[in-house]
Design a protein around this ligand. Structure first.
Ligand SMILES: [Zn+2]
Ligand SMILES: [Zn+2]
Length: 289
Protein backbone atom coordinates (compact mmCIF):
# COMPACT_ATOMS: atom_id res chain seq x y z
CA UNK A 1 0.00 0.00 0.00
CA UNK A 2 1.24 3.45 -0.90
CA UNK A 3 -0.15 6.35 1.11
CA UNK A 4 0.08 10.02 0.31
CA UNK A 5 -2.27 12.59 1.85
CA UNK A 6 -5.76 11.12 1.54
CA UNK A 7 -4.68 8.76 -1.23
CA UNK A 8 -4.38 5.02 -0.60
CA UNK A 9 -3.04 2.88 -3.43
CA UNK A 10 -2.64 -0.85 -3.47
CA UNK A 11 0.05 -1.95 -5.91
CA UNK A 12 -0.86 -5.52 -6.90
CA UNK A 13 -3.09 -7.71 -4.82
CA UNK A 14 -1.78 -11.24 -4.39
CA UNK A 15 -3.46 -14.01 -2.48
CA UNK A 16 -3.80 -13.13 1.22
CA UNK A 17 -3.66 -9.37 0.74
CA UNK A 18 -6.93 -8.81 2.57
CA UNK A 19 -5.65 -10.68 5.61
CA UNK A 20 -2.41 -8.71 5.56
CA UNK A 21 -4.33 -5.43 5.43
CA UNK A 22 -6.22 -6.51 8.55
CA UNK A 23 -3.02 -7.57 10.30
CA UNK A 24 -1.31 -4.31 9.38
CA UNK A 25 -4.05 -2.30 11.08
CA UNK A 26 -4.19 0.03 8.06
CA UNK A 27 -7.81 -0.82 7.31
CA UNK A 28 -9.77 -0.43 4.10
CA UNK A 29 -10.71 3.21 4.46
CA UNK A 30 -9.95 5.18 1.29
CA UNK A 31 -8.32 2.10 -0.18
CA UNK A 32 -10.04 2.66 -3.48
CA UNK A 33 -7.28 2.54 -6.06
CA UNK A 34 -5.71 -0.75 -7.09
CA UNK A 35 -2.77 -0.53 -9.48
CA UNK A 36 -1.85 -3.83 -11.12
CA UNK A 37 1.61 -4.36 -12.57
CA UNK A 38 0.61 -7.43 -14.60
CA UNK A 39 -1.81 -10.32 -14.75
CA UNK A 40 0.21 -13.21 -13.29
CA UNK A 41 -1.82 -14.90 -10.58
CA UNK A 42 0.55 -14.11 -7.71
CA UNK A 43 -0.23 -10.43 -8.38
CA UNK A 44 -4.02 -10.49 -8.84
CA UNK A 45 -5.65 -13.41 -7.01
CA UNK A 46 -6.31 -11.30 -3.90
CA UNK A 47 -8.54 -8.94 -5.89
CA UNK A 48 -11.34 -11.51 -5.65
CA UNK A 49 -11.29 -11.67 -1.85
CA UNK A 50 -10.80 -7.96 -1.36
CA UNK A 51 -13.60 -6.93 -3.70
CA UNK A 52 -16.01 -9.56 -2.44
CA UNK A 53 -15.59 -8.11 1.05
CA UNK A 54 -15.99 -4.52 -0.10
CA UNK A 55 -19.02 -5.33 -2.29
CA UNK A 56 -20.84 -6.77 0.71
CA UNK A 57 -20.79 -3.41 2.47
CA UNK A 58 -24.03 -1.47 2.34
CA UNK A 59 -22.58 1.58 0.67
CA UNK A 60 -19.33 1.21 -1.15
CA UNK A 61 -17.26 4.02 -2.47
CA UNK A 62 -15.93 4.02 -6.00
CA UNK A 63 -13.07 1.61 -6.60
CA UNK A 64 -10.69 2.10 -9.51
CA UNK A 65 -8.53 -0.71 -10.87
CA UNK A 66 -5.74 0.08 -13.31
CA UNK A 67 -3.67 -2.27 -15.45
CA UNK A 68 -2.70 -3.29 -18.97
CA UNK A 69 -5.36 -4.72 -21.29
CA UNK A 70 -4.67 -8.42 -20.57
CA UNK A 71 -4.40 -7.74 -16.86
CA UNK A 72 -7.71 -5.90 -16.67
CA UNK A 73 -9.38 -8.56 -18.83
CA UNK A 74 -8.24 -11.25 -16.44
CA UNK A 75 -9.24 -9.34 -13.32
CA UNK A 76 -12.61 -8.31 -14.70
CA UNK A 77 -13.23 -11.99 -15.59
CA UNK A 78 -12.45 -12.87 -11.99
CA UNK A 79 -14.84 -10.23 -10.69
CA UNK A 80 -17.63 -10.73 -13.24
CA UNK A 81 -17.67 -14.52 -13.44
CA UNK A 82 -16.59 -15.51 -9.95
CA UNK A 83 -17.05 -12.74 -7.38
CA UNK A 84 -20.30 -11.33 -8.79
CA UNK A 85 -21.52 -14.51 -10.48
CA UNK A 86 -25.24 -14.24 -11.17
CA UNK A 87 -25.43 -10.65 -9.96
CA UNK A 88 -24.51 -7.35 -11.49
CA UNK A 89 -21.01 -5.95 -10.95
CA UNK A 90 -21.62 -2.83 -8.82
CA UNK A 91 -21.46 0.38 -10.83
CA UNK A 92 -18.92 1.71 -8.36
CA UNK A 93 -16.20 -0.68 -9.61
CA UNK A 94 -14.28 0.85 -12.49
CA UNK A 95 -11.75 -0.94 -14.68
CA UNK A 96 -9.18 1.28 -16.38
CA UNK A 97 -7.16 -0.17 -19.24
CA UNK A 98 -3.70 1.38 -19.54
CA UNK A 99 -2.67 1.49 -23.19
CA UNK A 100 0.67 3.21 -22.78
CA UNK A 101 2.77 5.05 -20.26
CA UNK A 102 1.77 8.50 -19.00
CA UNK A 103 -0.10 10.34 -16.28
CA UNK A 104 -2.99 8.50 -14.60
CA UNK A 105 -3.95 10.90 -11.80
CA UNK A 106 -2.88 14.49 -11.22
CA UNK A 107 -3.70 17.05 -8.57
CA UNK A 108 -2.06 20.36 -7.70
CA UNK A 109 0.64 18.70 -5.60
CA UNK A 110 0.68 15.07 -6.73
CA UNK A 111 1.08 13.02 -9.89
CA UNK A 112 0.69 9.29 -10.49
CA UNK A 113 2.12 8.06 -13.77
CA UNK A 114 3.01 4.71 -15.29
CA UNK A 115 5.56 3.27 -17.69
CA UNK A 116 5.88 -0.02 -19.59
CA UNK A 117 7.92 -2.90 -18.12
CA UNK A 118 9.17 -6.01 -19.93
CA UNK A 119 8.16 -9.27 -18.25
CA UNK A 120 7.52 -12.57 -20.01
CA UNK A 121 4.94 -11.66 -22.63
CA UNK A 122 2.73 -9.62 -20.29
CA UNK A 123 1.60 -6.04 -20.75
CA UNK A 124 3.31 -4.93 -17.56
CA UNK A 125 3.49 -1.45 -16.10
CA UNK A 126 5.45 0.20 -13.32
CA UNK A 127 4.11 3.14 -11.30
CA UNK A 128 5.66 6.44 -10.32
CA UNK A 129 4.28 8.42 -7.38
CA UNK A 130 5.42 12.00 -7.30
CA UNK A 131 4.87 14.70 -4.78
CA UNK A 132 5.52 17.71 -7.00
CA UNK A 133 8.15 20.28 -6.28
CA UNK A 134 6.64 23.32 -4.64
CA UNK A 135 7.36 26.83 -3.37
CA UNK A 136 6.05 27.52 0.13
CA UNK A 137 3.91 30.59 0.85
CA UNK A 138 5.76 32.73 3.40
CA UNK A 139 3.20 34.36 5.74
CA UNK A 140 5.84 36.66 7.26
CA UNK A 141 6.49 38.20 3.81
CA UNK A 142 2.75 38.64 3.31
CA UNK A 143 2.58 40.37 6.70
CA UNK A 144 5.55 42.61 5.84
CA UNK A 145 3.76 43.66 2.63
CA UNK A 146 0.53 44.26 4.62
CA UNK A 147 -1.46 41.96 2.37
CA UNK A 148 -4.93 41.77 3.90
CA UNK A 149 -6.61 38.38 4.40
CA UNK A 150 -8.72 37.38 1.42
CA UNK A 151 -8.71 35.41 -1.82
CA UNK A 152 -5.45 37.09 -2.98
CA UNK A 153 -3.41 35.00 -0.58
CA UNK A 154 -4.51 31.83 -2.34
CA UNK A 155 -3.75 33.35 -5.74
CA UNK A 156 -0.32 34.48 -4.58
CA UNK A 157 0.36 31.05 -3.09
CA UNK A 158 -0.33 29.62 -6.56
CA UNK A 159 2.34 31.98 -7.95
CA UNK A 160 -0.08 34.41 -9.61
CA UNK A 161 -0.05 38.22 -9.52
CA UNK A 162 -2.90 40.07 -7.85
CA UNK A 163 -4.14 43.62 -7.50
CA UNK A 164 -5.07 44.48 -3.92
CA UNK A 165 -8.08 46.64 -2.97
CA UNK A 166 -5.67 49.54 -2.33
CA UNK A 167 -4.46 49.30 -5.94
CA UNK A 168 -1.05 47.79 -5.26
CA UNK A 169 0.11 45.05 -7.63
CA UNK A 170 1.80 42.10 -5.86
CA UNK A 171 3.59 39.28 -7.57
CA UNK A 172 3.69 35.65 -6.35
CA UNK A 173 7.48 35.97 -6.44
CA UNK A 174 7.27 38.42 -3.53
CA UNK A 175 5.72 35.98 -1.08
CA UNK A 176 7.05 32.57 -2.15
CA UNK A 177 10.12 30.85 -0.71
CA UNK A 178 12.74 28.84 -2.58
CA UNK A 179 11.59 25.74 -4.45
CA UNK A 180 11.39 22.51 -2.45
CA UNK A 181 12.20 19.60 -4.76
CA UNK A 182 9.56 16.92 -5.24
CA UNK A 183 9.69 13.42 -3.82
CA UNK A 184 9.40 10.36 -6.05
CA UNK A 185 8.64 6.74 -5.29
CA UNK A 186 8.78 4.25 -8.14
CA UNK A 187 7.28 0.77 -7.89
CA UNK A 188 8.05 -1.96 -10.41
CA UNK A 189 6.62 -5.48 -10.24
CA UNK A 190 8.20 -8.40 -12.05
CA UNK A 191 10.77 -7.52 -14.66
CA UNK A 192 12.86 -9.52 -17.12
CA UNK A 193 14.90 -6.76 -18.70
CA UNK A 194 15.79 -3.63 -16.73
CA UNK A 195 17.50 -1.81 -19.60
CA UNK A 196 14.48 0.23 -20.78
CA UNK A 197 13.66 1.12 -17.16
CA UNK A 198 16.62 3.30 -16.36
CA UNK A 199 15.00 6.53 -17.55
CA UNK A 200 11.70 5.72 -15.81
CA UNK A 201 13.27 5.15 -12.40
CA UNK A 202 16.00 7.79 -12.70
CA UNK A 203 16.28 10.11 -9.72
CA UNK A 204 13.61 8.35 -7.63
CA UNK A 205 13.99 8.87 -3.89
CA UNK A 206 13.02 5.24 -3.49
CA UNK A 207 12.63 2.33 -5.90
CA UNK A 208 10.65 -0.80 -5.06
CA UNK A 209 11.43 -3.69 -7.39
CA UNK A 210 11.66 -7.45 -7.41
CA UNK A 211 14.80 -9.49 -6.77
CA UNK A 212 13.56 -13.03 -7.29
CA UNK A 213 16.95 -14.68 -7.78
CA UNK A 214 20.61 -14.53 -6.84
CA UNK A 215 23.22 -14.08 -9.53
CA UNK A 216 24.27 -17.75 -9.18
CA UNK A 217 20.87 -18.58 -10.70
CA UNK A 218 21.04 -15.91 -13.40
CA UNK A 219 20.15 -18.48 -16.07
CA UNK A 220 16.91 -19.25 -14.27
CA UNK A 221 16.20 -15.53 -13.80
CA UNK A 222 16.58 -15.09 -17.54
CA UNK A 223 14.43 -18.11 -18.35
CA UNK A 224 11.53 -16.93 -16.17
CA UNK A 225 12.00 -13.24 -16.94
CA UNK A 226 12.95 -12.09 -13.46
CA UNK A 227 15.68 -10.00 -11.85
CA UNK A 228 18.63 -11.07 -9.76
CA UNK A 229 19.52 -8.99 -6.71
CA UNK A 230 22.57 -7.70 -8.54
CA UNK A 231 20.57 -6.65 -11.61
CA UNK A 232 18.14 -4.65 -9.45
CA UNK A 233 21.01 -3.05 -7.56
CA UNK A 234 22.71 -2.11 -10.82
CA UNK A 235 19.48 -0.49 -12.03
CA UNK A 236 19.27 1.52 -8.79
CA UNK A 237 22.87 2.61 -9.23
CA UNK A 238 22.50 3.52 -12.92
CA UNK A 239 19.27 5.40 -12.18
CA UNK A 240 20.88 7.23 -9.27
CA UNK A 241 17.96 6.39 -6.96
CA UNK A 242 18.02 7.24 -3.25
CA UNK A 243 17.01 3.94 -1.71
CA UNK A 244 16.36 0.45 -3.06
CA UNK A 245 13.62 -1.72 -1.57
CA UNK A 246 13.63 -5.31 -2.81
CA UNK A 247 10.60 -7.61 -2.86
CA UNK A 248 9.36 -10.85 -4.49
CA UNK A 249 12.33 -12.90 -3.24
CA UNK A 250 12.18 -16.59 -4.08
CA UNK A 251 11.68 -18.78 -1.05
CA UNK A 252 14.81 -20.71 -1.98
CA UNK A 253 16.97 -17.88 -0.58
CA UNK A 254 17.59 -16.18 2.72
CA UNK A 255 16.92 -12.43 2.73
CA UNK A 256 20.44 -11.73 3.94
CA UNK A 257 21.99 -13.39 0.89
CA UNK A 258 19.82 -11.27 -1.41
CA UNK A 259 20.78 -8.19 0.60
CA UNK A 260 24.50 -8.98 0.54
CA UNK A 261 24.51 -9.38 -3.24
CA UNK A 262 22.56 -6.17 -3.84
CA UNK A 263 24.37 -4.04 -1.26
CA UNK A 264 27.74 -4.85 -2.83
CA UNK A 265 26.54 -2.84 -5.85
CA UNK A 266 24.11 -0.43 -4.20
CA UNK A 267 24.64 -0.03 -0.45
CA UNK A 268 21.38 1.75 0.44
CA UNK A 269 19.29 -1.41 -0.05
CA UNK A 270 16.72 -3.16 2.14
CA UNK A 271 14.84 -6.39 1.58
CA UNK A 272 11.22 -5.69 2.50
CA UNK A 273 9.46 -8.10 4.82
CA UNK A 274 5.72 -8.56 5.23
CA UNK A 275 4.12 -5.61 7.05
CA UNK A 276 7.25 -3.44 6.87
CA UNK A 277 6.57 0.26 6.59
CA UNK A 278 8.83 2.83 4.93
CA UNK A 279 8.64 6.59 4.99
CA UNK A 280 10.02 8.39 1.95
CA UNK A 281 11.15 11.69 3.45
CA UNK A 282 11.41 15.04 1.74
CA UNK A 283 14.87 15.73 0.45
CA UNK A 284 17.41 17.24 2.84
CA UNK A 285 17.38 20.57 1.00
CA UNK A 286 13.95 21.37 2.38
CA UNK A 287 15.03 20.98 6.00
CA UNK A 288 14.53 24.70 6.50
CA UNK A 289 11.35 24.81 4.37
ZN1 LIG B 1 5.05 -12.25 -13.16
ZN1 LIG C 1 5.37 -12.40 -9.60
Amino acid sequence: MVRYGDFRFLVDCGEGTQRQILLSGLGFRNLNKILLTHGHLDHILGVAGLLSTIIRWESIEDIDLYGGRDTIERVSDLVTRIVCRGTRVPASIHFHVIEKGGTLIETADFRLSCFPVLHRGTDSFGYRFERKSRRPFLPERAEALSIPPGPWRRELAAGKSVTLPDGRRIDGEDVLGAEIPGTVLTVVGDCGDPRPLCASVAGSDALVIEATYLEEDAAMAKKYSHMTARMSAQLAKDGNVGRLILTHVSRRYRDRDILREAAAVFPNTVVARDLDSFHIPDRPEDAEG
